[in-house]
Design a protein around this ligand. Structure first.
Ligand code: UDP
Length: 324
C-alpha cells in the first residue's frame, strides 16, 4: 500500500485549504488558522456562506479566496498541508431546500476534497455531524454508537451525505494511507450564523430581539446541547493536529430542553416575547448530548465558554444584523 505520510515541516508556513471557507464555522476556522501562522485558501460557492464573513480578510497577504463549487475539480498550485472540508448546507431549512446540493457536496465534494489531499499529501479533516446518530436510541451519544437514521426522511439527505463522507474518508485513509480526521460537530452557535437559517439560535434570538413570539416546535421537550463557536474551533484544531483518525465528538455536554432554551434567550435579551408552540418537524431528534470522553482524553479539550457568556456576543451580532 503506498504511504503518503508527508510530514508538515515546522519551519515553514503551513498552508490550509478550507472548503466552505465563507460559512459560519469555516470563517471562524480561517481566523484561528491565520492567527496561528497558517496561509489559508478559502473555497466557497456562497450557497449558504456569505462574503460578509470574510470581508475583514481583504488585503491579508496570507489569505486567498476562490469562489467555486467543491463538487467540481479542485485545482490548486503549490503545496497544501491541511484540507479542512467544511462545505455543506448545515441547517435543517437549508438542506430541506437544497437536498440534492447537500447530497452532492457530501459525496462528490468530499471525493474532490479527498482527491486534493491525496494529490498534495495533505492531512484531511471532514466536518461531520451529530446528525449521523439520527434520532438516537443511545444517550448521551458516544462515537461508537452507529446511529438511528431515517434514510428516506427529510433529514436523510444531510445525515446520509455525512455518513457517506465519513465512509469515503475512512476508505481514503485505508486505501491511500492519507492522514484523516473526522469531527462530529454538535449544535454550535455564535456570531456569523445566518439570521434566517432556521436554526434554533438565530430563530429564538432574532424573535426575542424584536419582541416577536418565540416559536418552540413540538412541546419543547426535545433536548440539544449548545457549544460556542470559539470552543468548537479550538477542539477541531486540536483534532487535526492530533494523531487520531477515529471520529471525535466536539460539542458542549450541557443539555437543555428547547423550552428551557427559549426561556434562557428571553432572559438574556430582556425580551417581552411570549412562547408559542408550532408543529414538530418530521424526524426531529428527541434528545442530543455528546459524550466528550474522547475529546477530553485524546485532545485535552473541553468547552470553556458557558451558554450565558457565549450568548452575549451572539446576541450583539444579531442585534447589529436586525438594525442594519
Ligand atoms: N426549534 C424550535 N424552534 C425554532 C427552530 C428550531 O423549537 O424556531 C427546535 C427544533 O425543532 C430542534 C431544535 O430546536 O428540536 C434545534 O433545531 P436546529 O434547527 O437548530 O438544529 P437541529 O439540532 O435540529 O439540527
Amino acid at each position: 500500500m503506498p504511504k503518503r505520510t508527508k510530514r508538515v515541516n515546522a519551519s515553514k508556513q503551513p498552508t490550509s485549504v478550507i472548503t466552505g471557507g465563507a460559512g459560519f464555522l469555516g470563517s471562524h476556522l480561517t481566523d484561528l488558522l491565520l492567527s496561528r501562522g497558517h496561509r489559508v485558501i478559502g473555497i466557497d460557492n456562497f450557497v449558504t456562506g456569505t462574503v460578509d464573513n470574510i470581508a475583514h480578510l481583504a488585503g491579508n497577504p496570507n489569505y486567498k479566496f476562490i469562489q467555486q463549487d467543491v463538487t467540481e475539480f479542485l485545482f490548486l498550485d503549490g503545496p497544501v498541508d491541511y484540507v479542512w472540508h467544511f462545505a455543506s448546507p448545515a441547517s435543517p431549512i437549508d438542506y430541506l431546500e437544497l437536498p440534492i446540493q447537500t447530497l452532492k457536496v457530501g459525496s462528490l465534494g468530499t471525493h474532490k476534497a479527498l482527491g486534493l489531499a491525496k494529490e498534495k499529501g495533505a492531512r484531511f479533516l471532514i466536518a461531520s455531524t451529530s446528525e449521523i446518530y439520527g434520532d438516537p436510541l443511545v444517550h448521551p451519544q458516544k462515537e461508537d454508537y452507529w446511529g438511528n437514521v431515517n434514510t428516506i426522511g427529510p433529514r436523510g439527505c444531510y445525515d446520509e451525505s455525512k455518513r457517506f463522507a465519513e465512509a469515503l474518508t475512512m476508505a481514503y485513509h485505508r486505501e491511500h494511507s492519507i492522514e484523516t480526521r473526522i469531527v462530529r460537530i454538535f449544535n454550535t452557535y455564535g456570531p456569523r450564523m445566518r439570521i434566517n437559517d432556521g436554526r434554533v439560535v438565530p430563530a429564538f434570538v432574532s424573535q426575542a430581539l424584536q419582541n416577536k413570539p418565540i416559536t418552540v416546535f413540538g412541546k419543547g421537550t426535545q433536548t440539544r446541547s449548545f457549544c460556542f463557536c470559539a470552543d468548537l474551533i479550538e477542539g477541531i484544531y486540536r483534532l487535526m493536529m492530533s494523531s487520531h483518525s477515529e471520529p471525535v465528538n466536539i460539542g458542549n455536554p450541557r443539555e437543555m430542553t428547547m423550552l428551557e432554551f427559549a426561556e434562557s434567550i428571553i432572559d438574556a435579551t430582556g425580551s417581552r416575547s411570549k412562547i408559542i408552540f408550532k408543529p414538530l418537524p418530521q424526524d426531529d431528534p428527541k434528545q442530543r448530548r455528546p459524550d466528550i470522553t474522547r475529546a477530553r482524553t485524546w485532545l485535552k479539550w473541553e468547552p470553556k465558554i458557558c451558554l450565558e457568556d457565549g450568548l452575549k456576543p451572539t446576541i450583539e451580532y444579531f442585534r447589529g444584523k436586525i438594525s442594519s
